[in-house]
Structure formats: C-alpha cells, structure tokens
Ligand binder design. Structure first.
Ligand code: PDD
Length: 280
C-alpha cells in the first residue's frame, strides 16, 4: 500500500512529513475526503471546487495544478487497487522554521492517502439508524473552510462514541444545530419538508449536501435551507446526516429522544438510494 508525499509515491509505512511542516505546528492546511465507488471518484469536481475555495481563503498556493492533482489521485488509487473506499488529500502551507506569519518562498505540501472500505455503513446502521448527541459548537467562525484544525470535532466525536452515539450535532448559542463533527445535519419535519441549514461561514458546505439538495430539487421534494433548533429536531419525523464517507445515514435517536417512529425514515431511504445511484 502506497501513499503520495510531496512528489513521491512511497510505501505507507515510510510516508512521513517534516517536523516543521506548518500543518503539524499550526494546522495551517486544508483537506478533502473523496469517496471512491467502482474505482471512480464521486463528486470529484465538487471537492476540487471546494478545495480551490479553501486554498484561496487561506492564500495557500496549489502544490501542483488541479489537472495534475487529478492524475496523481488516479495513479494512487490504481497503485493501491482501491475500488471502494476514500482518498484523503491534504495541502499545507509548507515547511519552514516555526513562525506565525506566512513564510516566503516555500512550496505547499501535498499528501494523498487511500483507504479501502468494504461497506460505507453496517447493515445494523441502515436497519436501525444511528444515534446522535447534541453538544455546544465551540469552533471558530470560518467553518466554511475545510481546514485540518479539527480539535473541537475530535473531542465532539469522542464524546459521541462514549455516549454510544455515531455523531455529535453541534449547537449554536441560539439553540440551533449547525452540523455534525464530520457531517451535515438534516431533518424532515412533520409535514414532510426536508430541512438543512443554509451554508454560510457557520458550517462546511458539504459536497454531499449539495448533491442531495440537487436530487431533492430534481425529484420535486419540498426542502428549506434554514437553521433548525434541537427542539425541532426532537419533534422531527426523520433525521439523517450526510458526508462523503457516509452518504446519507439515518438518525433514529437524538440525545435520549426517539425520532419519528424510531425507524429510518422513508425520505432518508429514498435520498440514500438516489445518491448511491448517482455515485455508481
Ligand atoms: N467530513 N461538515 C463537516 C464539519 C465535515 O467535516 C464534513 C466532511 C461535512 C460533509 O462534507 P462532504 O459531504 O463534502 O463530505 C460537513 C469529512 C468526510 C471528514 O472530515 O472525514
């Protein structure tokens, strides 16, 4: 199994970066996770568009052109013979002696790692749905940038796991859900309207989120992009989370409340299948 590190394909065990990489010292970098289905990258252009945006916002230079990046990703997927899984790509501002301000004349670092996945969800998760807990959103105010600074999400996810939950929904000071630690949050109201928060600086605009919205539009599903409160989520008919690695994952418990009838909802199922068809 190989990884790509700054110009070279190297065995995974030897894939190392310099101790003065700014990603390591300052979390001064961005990343993407792209799903691989049937050996192909799902929503590749959407991820590259968001990567472009993240790099521009942080004024980090492209380590290679987007065209070359696409070639490198394909080469690594081929080398590792990944037909199903994910590819992680990370770009940091580069290697320089530790100093907060931007270093001059450094090249940004690029790392690519693949991961195989037998399945994107377990049968039990799809049959029964998963639990989420709610926690205060303690992150910075540029959550629209897919930065590698993920400590609040690491702590949130650990708290979720310790509570027997799959994900933690982060909640803003007004009591509205922003998003999960590594996924976007959705509900279906009692009148059948699909609801997810609109994308501004307070959430990451998921590539899967955008594809689901497009799917909803094409299928004539009524949807609203607006914040929803934890109370509204408790009372929802359905709930689910979306991300590249989980697609659409049904949520049947929020904190200690049961969502709807406690079974994965019909609309969630329809969207999961719709998105899987689109991915294939
Ligand atoms: N996480 N919100 C946050 C905070 C995320 O970290 C992610 C993705 C999403 C969903 O975005 P997308 O649909 O483009 O995957 C929303 C990735 C999968 C991760 O960190 O592993």
């Amino acid at each position: 199994r190989y990884a790509y590190v700054n110009g070279r394909f190297v065995p995974h065990t030897d894939a190392v970066v310099h101790v003065e990489d700014r990603g390591y010292q300052f979390a001064d970098g961005v990343y993407e996770v792209v799903t691989i289905v049937g050996g192909r990258l799902v929503d590749e252009q959407g991820h590259l568009d968001r990567l472009t945006r993240s790099l521009n916002e942080l004024r980090i230079a492209w380590p290679v052109s987007p065209r070359v990046l696409k070639i490198l990703m394909r080469r690594l997927i081929g080398l590792n013979r990944v037909t199903q899984g994910t590819i992680y790509l990370q770009i940091t501002r580069g290697v320089a002696p530790r100093d907060f301000k931007f270093p001059k004349h450094v090249e940004s670092s690029l790392v690519l790692i693949t991961k195989r996945a037998g399945a994107f969800a377990t049968p039990a998760q799809l049959q029964d749905g998963v639990k989420v807990i709610t926690i205060p959103d303690i992150r910075w105010l540029r959550r629209d940038i897919k930065s590698v600074s993920l400590l609040p999400q690491v702590l949130g996810k650990q708290q979720a796991v310790e509570a027997g939950a799959f994900e933690a929904w982060q909640v803003d000071p007004d009591g509205n859900v922003t998003e999960g630690c590594s996924s976007n949050a959705w509900i279906v109201t009692s009148d059948g309207t699909l609801v997810t928060r609109y994308a501004n600086n307070l959430i990451l605009n998921g590539v899967t989120r955008l594809s689901i919205l497009k799917l909803a539009q094409e299928s004539g599903i009524r949807f609203e992009e607006r914040p929803f409160s934890v109370e509204e989520a408790y009372a929802a008919r359905e709930a689910f989370v979306s991300s590249a690695s989980t697609f659409v994952m049904p949520v049947t418990r929020i904190d200690d409340r049961t969502v709807g009838d406690g079974k994965p909802g019909a609309l969630s199922g329809k969207l999961r299948h719709g998105y899987l068809d689109y991915a294939r």
